[in-house]
Design a protein around this ligand. Structure first.
Ligand code: ATP
Ligand code: MG
Length: 594
């Protein structure tokens, strides 16, 4: 039996690259599964498990099997090429990092429970990095001292650890995952904006090459800090879309709804005569639906009082009854590190009533934040802070005071565009990557300064840029699949071609299979050959499940005419190709595949 070792050595000599570009099924490890996997809610997760790509070790911790390893390698290579082209330099930073530098930036407190922490044998505190701003700034501070050393752009492809509250959806939201993270250092704003634009362009190139059409949207800067940020979203129709994006139908505005400010809404007209407030019984009515049904009023005549604990202090957030609260806006408005909805016990303790009856009137020692949509309302309904009671005909100012008036409403479909006043449309998306304008938050807190041409000292202007190396390929599968399995886009498929000799035992078939297998390898085309002694049906089912973009089938019937079958995974049509023309035919088929 011919060994692959020679082929590999040949390939190495040719490309000076230790990548194996061909493989026999019998010599690799592809444990496919027939049954539906109950742990997987998403089709992409389901397919990675069933296709023998990944296995779960514990919640949010996955093992990448040989096919997944190749997908990761292919996608990483695209990312590397585009990062290198954008002038970014590859480095590797440690996953483990002394807690001290996270304390210096203040993020030791702000990241909260998402960060894994530990002590070494000397009782020194360490963290597992979920991102590397602290590490990279520590690396360059004191070493990059002059404007002549700037700009500088560094990246790595490295394991990250985040103790996510809800690890789910397989590689989409893991606790341990792989990220490409880049960090840029510039002397001034003009230079920084050039760097930022170059990185944005590189991001579009990366996703296009991976067969993914992404949109760039404005996003909240969150715990990262900094001035502005963008996310690169893959729009999906499935439940995999954890993010909601709002697009304007008239201008180019696109933002994560977490970020979108509320444009002045058309407000329902208000009564001008203020009636005195009254406490009314609302037996069995606690939710907005129940109260509006019971009192026979519209939800926009109700004001929701939502009780939160912000860094241990109670806060009441008031939004109009027909709208949802945007917790990110609330957190940002308060500058809170930890924000959580009050528990039933906390609601009872601060309002004197069970959940469902909170209201702003008579609240003591609770900060009251009111959304502008509530501002102009008259004769509205609030909870009475008493079991099964509400207060009607309430007026703000007369009956209670707001400590602050701030935008707290979650923008939604059909709201006004904050940029042009047009109408917004909501779509679901998966965040594949993002870019942050960090400003000088990290260079200031960690002392990364440089001297300009006049010898004056300034903090370095920074940017940070992430791409999910494990999330992106799984996200791709939310687009690239059919009822039989995966349909990989060509540039991130483990192998471009799967060769299926229908009866490998038969010498005539085996000879042709081996010849094609060698010719493809020699031409630099990645191929997997199913050399197993299995029935055709089993081989075809597995091939459809694991999803290589191109299939070559070698069977007696076509071989009689000196031909083999060529088929794209995403098409049903089968072409008969003379054995000697297979390489050229694979190439031209490849050229028109996504
Ligand atoms: P999300 O909002 O989805 O939690 P994030 O804003 O926390 O993402 P970043 O910290 O900017 O994300 O990370 C950069 C990229 O890393 C993300 O765009 C995503 O592709 C990937 N990523 C983030 N968290 C995870 C995770 N838990 N599992 C897999 N990939 C992740
Ligand atoms: Mg996150």
């Amino acid at each position: 039996m011919p060994t692959d070792v020679a082929g590999v050595a040949d390939a190495n000599r040719r490309t000076n690259w230790t990548r194996i570009n061909r493989m026999r099924w019998s010599q690799t490890y592809i444990p496919t599964l027939r049954e539906q996997q109950t742990e997987a809610e998403l089709i992409s997760h389901q397919l990675l498990l069933r296709g023998g790509y990944i296995r779960k070790l514990s919640a949010g911790v996955y093992l990448y099997l040989p096919l997944m390893q190749r997908v990761i390698e292919k996608f990483s290579r695209i990312v590397r090429e585009e990062m290198n082209a954008a002038g970014s330099l590859e480095i590797t930073m440690s996953v483990m990092c002394p807690a001290e530098i996270w304390q210096q930036t203040g993020r030791y407190n702000t990241v909260g429970k998402e960060q894994m922490r530990m002590k070494d044998r000397h009782l020194h505190e360490y963290v597992l990095c979920g991102t590397h701003e602290e590490t990279v700034t520590t690396l360059i501070r004191g070493e990059v001292k002059s404007y002549r050393q700037l700009p500088l752009n560094l990246y790595q492809i490295q394991v990250k650890f985040r103790d996510e509250i809800r690890p789910r959806f397989g590689l989409m939201r893991g606790r341990e995952f792989i990220m490409k993270d880049a960090y840029t250092f510039d002397a001034d704003e003009t230079s920084f904006m050039k760097t930022y634009e170059r990185m944005v362009e590189a991001y579009f190139n990366v996703f296009r090459r991976a067969g993914l059409d992404v949109v760039k949207v404005e996003s909240d800067t969150g715990a990262m800090g900094g001035k502005a940020a963008h996310e690169f979203m893959l729009l999906v129709d499935t439940t995999a879309g954890e993010e909601v994006i709002l697009f304007c139908s008239q201008c180019d505005y696109a933002a994560n709804r977490e970020k979108a400010p509320m444009k002045d809404l058309l407000r329902p007209s208000q009564e001008t005569t203020l009636r005195p407030k009254r406490v009314v019984d609302t037996p069995g009515a606690a939710t907005i639906e129940e109260v509006t049904a019971f009192l026979k009023v519209d939800a926009h005549k109700l004001v929701k009082t939502l009780l939160y604990m912000a860094d241990g202090k109670p806060v009441a957030a008031l939004v109009r009854g027909d709208r949802d609260l945007n917790e990110i806006k609330l957190k940002n408005a308060l500058g809170a590190i930890e924000l959580a909805m009050a528990t039933a016990e906390q609601v009872q303790a601060h309002t004197g009533a069970p959940v469902g009856f909170a209201g702003p009137i008579g609240l003591k020692d609770v900060t009251i934040l009111v959304d502008p949509l509530v501002e102009g309302m008259t004769n509205f309904v609030v909870g009475a802070n008493q079991f099964e009671k509400h207060i009607v005909d309430v007026s703000i100012g007369r009956d209670f005071k707001a400590d602050r008036m701030v935008d707290l409403t979650m923008a939604r479909d059909s709201d006004g565009c904050p940029q042009c006043g047009g109408s917004l449309t909501a779509k679901k998306g998966i965040e594949l990557g993002n870019t942050f304008m960090l400003g000088t938050k990290y260079s200031n807190s960690l002392g990364a300064k440089f001297l300009d041409a006049e010898g004056k000292e300034h903090p370095i202007i920074m940017g940070s840029y992430g791409i999910g190396i494990t999330r992106t390929p799984q996200a791709a599968l939310e687009k690239y699949f059919d009822d039989k399995g995966i349909v990989w886009p060509k540039n991130i498929a483990p192998y471009l071609v799967e060769i299926i000799p229908l009866n490998f035992d038969k010498q005539s078939i085996r000879e042709v299979a081996e010849r094609i297998y060698s010719e493809l390898a020699a031409a630099g085309i990645d191929a997997l050959m199913d050399d197993r002694d299995e029935r055709a049906g089993v081989k075809f089912n597995d091939a459809d499940l694991i999803g290589m973009p191109i299939r070559i089938t070698i069977g007696d019937k076509s071989l009689k005419e000196g031909k083999v079958e060529l088929k794209a995974r995403c098409e049903s049509e089968v072409q008969l190709i003379p054995i000697g023309e297979i390489v050229g035919s694979v190439r031209s088929l490849e050229a028109r595949l996504p």
